[in-house]
Design a protein around this ligand. Structure first.
Ligand code: NDP
Length: 292
C-alpha cells in the first residue's frame, strides 16, 4: 500500500489564496494587517525562520515590522519593545522569535511572552490563549497544531470517534495539538519520554502526530495500516539531511496518508501564522464595532 503524501506546500498556497481575499477586504476598509517580529540575537536558524515569515507576509500584503536586536539584548530591552508594539495600533500581531539571547533566562522569557497583549498573541503561546483553548473559547491557537489539523482534514479524515496519539507534550506543539484533536472529538492519548511501550500506543492510533525531535523514530511496524501520520519533527540526520520524526519511506508502505519533511507541516505552520495575523486584524474591527 502506498500512503497518500499530504502536500503541505500546495495546501499552504491554497490557505494563502483564501487569506488574500480577506486581506483585500481589510484593506478596502482602510486596515493593513501588521505583524511585528522581535528577532533578538544572532541565532542563524531564527534568522532564516524570520525571513520566511517576512516573505510570506509580504506576499500576502501583510505589513511586517521586524525589530532586530543584538545578542547583548537583555530582558528589559526586549520588554521595552514588546510594550511599544502592544501600544502600536498598526501592529495586529506580535511574535517573539525564540530562542532569545543567552542573557535572557528561561523565567524572563516566560514573563516576556506573557507580557504580549493576548489579542496580539498570534503565536498562541500566551497563557490566556492556552486557557481559552482548554475552555473551548475563541482565541489564538498555536500555528503548528492548527496547521496539522488542516492537514488531517486534507487527508479526508474526521477525527470524531477516532483514536489519536500525539507523541510529545510541549506547550507549543504537543499539548495544543492534543486539545485540538479532543475538541474535534477524537479519543486522545498523549505520549512523552516516560511513556512505556510507545510502539503499542502508536499502533492503536488512527491518527498519529509525532512532535518529538528524534530522527525517524516512528517505525513502520508501529503504525496501524491506513493511519494518518503527521510528522512535525525537524531533525538533521548524520548526513546533514533534513528529516522528521517518522521513518517516512517505510511508514509510507503502511500508512493511509503521511506528511513529508520538508514540505509537510513546516509550510502549514507559516500559513497558520498568517491566518492568525489576518484574524487579529479582523477581530480588532469587530471589537471596535462591538460585534464580538
Ligand atoms: P520539545 O523538545 O519541547 O518536546 C519534545 C517532546 O518529545 C517532549 O514532550 C518529550 O517528552 C518528548 N520525547 C522526547 N523523547 C521522547 C521519546 N524517546 N519518546 C517519546 N517522547 C519523547 O519539542 P517541540 O515540541 O518544540 O518540537 C518537537 C519537534 O517538532 C522538533 O523536532 C521541532 O524542531 C519540531 N517543530 C517543527 C515545527 C514545524 O513548523 N515543522 C514547529 C515546531 C516544532 P518529555 O516532555 O517527557 O520530555
Amino acid at each position: 500500500m502506498g500512503a497518500r503524501i499530504l502536500d503541505g506546500k500546495a495546501l499552504s498556497k491554497q490557505v494563502r489564496a483564501e487569506l488574500a481575499v480577506r486581506v483585500d477586504a481589510l484593506k478596502a476598509r482602510g486596515v493593513t494587517p501588521g505583524l511585528a517580529v522581535i528577532l533578538a540575537g544572532d541565532d542563524p536558524a531564527s534568522a532564516v525562520y524570520v525571513r520566511h515569515k517576512e516573505r510570506a507576509a509580504a506576499a500576502l500584503g501583510v505589513e511586517a515590522f521586524t525589530v532586530r536586536m543584538g545578542e547583548d539584548a537583555d530582558a528589559a530591552a526586549v520588554q521595552a519593545e514588546i510594550d511599544r508594539l502592544n501600544a502600536d495600533p498598526a501592529v495586529h500581531g506580535i511574535l517573539v522569535q525564540l530562542p532569545l539571547p543567552a542573557g535572557v533566562s528561561a523565567d524572563e522569557t516566560a514573563a516576556l511572552l506573557t507580557s504580549v497583549d493576548p489579542d496580539k498573541d498570534v503565536d498562541g503561546f500566551h497563557p490566556v490563549n492556552l486557557g481559552r483553548l482548554v475552555a473551548g473559547l475563541d482565541g489564538f491557537v498555536a500555528c503548528t497544531p492548527s496547521g496539522c489539523m488542516r492537514l488531517i482534514a486534507e487527508a479526508g479524515v474526521d477525527p470524531a470517534g477516532k483514536r489519536a496519539v500525539v507523541i510529545g507534550r510541549s506547550v507549543i506543539v504537543g499539548k495544543p495539538m492534543a486539545l485540538l484533536l479532543l475538541q474535534a472529538n477524537a479519543t486522545v492519548t498523549i505520549c512523552h519520554s516516560r511513556t512505556t511501550d510507545l510502539a503499542a500506543r502508536v499502533r492503536e492510533a488512527d491518527i498519529v502526530v509525532a512532535a518529538v525531535g528524534r530522527e525517524r523514530m516512528v517505525k513502520a511496524d508501529w503504525v496501524k495500516p491506513g493511519a494518518v501520520v503527521i510528522d512535525v519533527g525537524m531533525n538533521r540526520d548524520a548526513a546533514g539531511k533534513l528529516c522528521g520524526d517518522v521513518d517516512t519511506a517505510a511508514v509510507a508502505e503502511v500508512a493511509g496518508a503521511l506528511t513529508p519533511v520538508p514540505g509537510g507541516v513546516g509550510p502549514m505552520t507559516i500559513a497558520g501564522l498568517m491566518t492568525n495575523v489576518v484574524r487579529a486584524a479582523e477581530r480588532r474591527i469587530s471589537n471596535a464595532a462591538g460585534l464580538r
